[in-house]
Structure formats: C-alpha cells, structure tokens
Design a protein around this ligand. Sequence first.
Ligand SMILES: [Fe+2]
Length: 101
Amino acid sequence: MSPVWYAGAYAIGAASGLLGDKWSLGFIAETERQVCAHLDEHLDGLPAEDARSRAIVETMRDEEAQHGESAVAAGAADLPGPVKTLMRLTAKVMTRTAYWV
Ligand SMILES: [Fe+2]
C-alpha cells in the first residue's frame, strides 16, 4: 500500500502547503495529535509486563507530541472540526486497510 499512502500524503501535503504556513502547520499539529491518540490505543493493548515494547511506543508517542508542539509554537492554526473529523476517518480507512492487507 506504500505507493497509495505516499500519493495521498503528497496530495494532502501539497494542498495544505498551498493554503499557507499556518494551515499547513495546523495540519501537522492535528496529524500528530491523532497519531498520539493512535499510539495511546496501542499502549492500552500492550501487556503491562512488555516493558520493551511499551518503551518503544512511548518514545514514538513523545516524539510525535514534540512535533505537534513545535508546529503549534510555529503558528499552527486550529483546523475546523469537520476537517479534523475527515482526517480521523481517512486515518481509520488507512489503518483498517493496512490491517486487512
Ligand atoms: Fe511526526
């Protein structure tokens, strides 16, 4: 699925870039927020005794959160609710498709 994800990500990135920095940064901030929520779901599903896996996912989540905070600090706009919902639905399609394939 990589070529499909790449094409989609490129198109979304190009579109948000055309809208200007504050919206592009807003897209990054929201993406990272949703990625953190997704990683938190993975953490909830990991066994408490699997310290190694938990440490890896926690580090990933902390790094993504930092990316989002950097975008906000650089002037990210808060995206409209329907855009956030569309992003969440798109991500759901992507993850479900990846699991299915
Ligand atoms: Fe990131």
